[in-house]
Design a protein around this ligand. Sequence first.
Ligand SMILES: Nc1ncnc2c1ncn2[C@@H]1O[C@H](COP(=O)(O)OP(=O)(O)OP(=O)(O)O)[C@@H](O)[C@H]1O
Ligand SMILES: [Mg+2]
Length: 313
Amino acid sequence: MHEDLISRPMIMFGGKGGVGKTTCSAATALQLSSAGLNTLIVTSDTTPSLSDIFEEEIGDSIRSIEKRLDAVEISNEAILIKWKKKFGPDFYEILSHLIDVEGLDSESRHQLLDYIGSAPSLKEETMLDLILDLAETGKYDRIVWDTAPAGETLNLLNMPEYIRKHLSAGSRVFKGLDKIGKKIIGKRSIAQIMDEWIAASERISRYIHMRSAFILVASPEALVVKQARRVVEILRGYHITLHGMIINRVIKNPDSQSLMTLQTAQETYLADLINLANGLPVAMLPFSIKEIKGKKALKEAGEGLIEKLKLQE
Ligand SMILES: Nc1ncnc2c1ncn2[C@@H]1O[C@H](COP(=O)(O)OP(=O)(O)OP(=O)(O)O)[C@@H](O)[C@H]1O
Ligand SMILES: [Mg+2]
């Protein structure tokens, strides 16, 4: 087994928009489940295409789509429900000490919570929290996470740290308030609630750093190579493990002049990407004339993928 993948059950697929993340995640997840591993594929893309690629309705509650393979598309609604359940009451209480929430009618209060819950950082934090809950059910050997296009995901990976910093600042302020004996909510002080939030953020950060591995999906094109370099740089900055790379849409056996020209154009970019992988596992997925849709096509496309990526012995 490559590295310590057993201790890194979460496999994140990331890369530039449209590069083939969902296709590669789906193909990999099918190979993992065929190899006997209980696998969950989860997409956090706000416009998920997992259902289209599997040609099966998936939706935002977990469902089995194949032996040992479950799937779920995390929707904005699911994120909001989770947020309200987990953080909503605390947040509301804290807020009500800062502004006159009681003066609002019930509908406006709900709208206020919805508004806060949909703020980008809280939304992303909650989504990570949801994915972690799934990971920690203990039901799955592998969680394949089809992330949103590169930029957004990288922001998201930075989120626990970002939230922690902001909460720490808030926590200091509220500790100050506590000292003058003012704000106690229920049996807990505001500072305690803040500390619980920080702990929740740290749990996510720990999981991403210790138990997750990133697979970069790229294709041999100028812009994709450029972005791939950036992603590798950023991952390094966040100390997130880059496990390997899938190079998608590689032209093999061209049967026309235009495909031959394209193949020649791909050569330098292919070399650049292999160089960028710097010895980490690389798998190539050929350019397919036919759309890769449905489980049969995905299984064919994914043959040998987990061995090449060293996700399995
Ligand atoms: N190897 C391939 N050969 C031909 N077409 C492919 C290949 N891989 C993916 N595609 C097609 O390219 C399109 C984009 O693929 P996919 O949805 O997997 O990309 P994505 O990175 O998930 O996109 P997004 O960033 O929008 O989520 C799809 O229509 C898919 O069928
Ligand atoms: Mg996608």
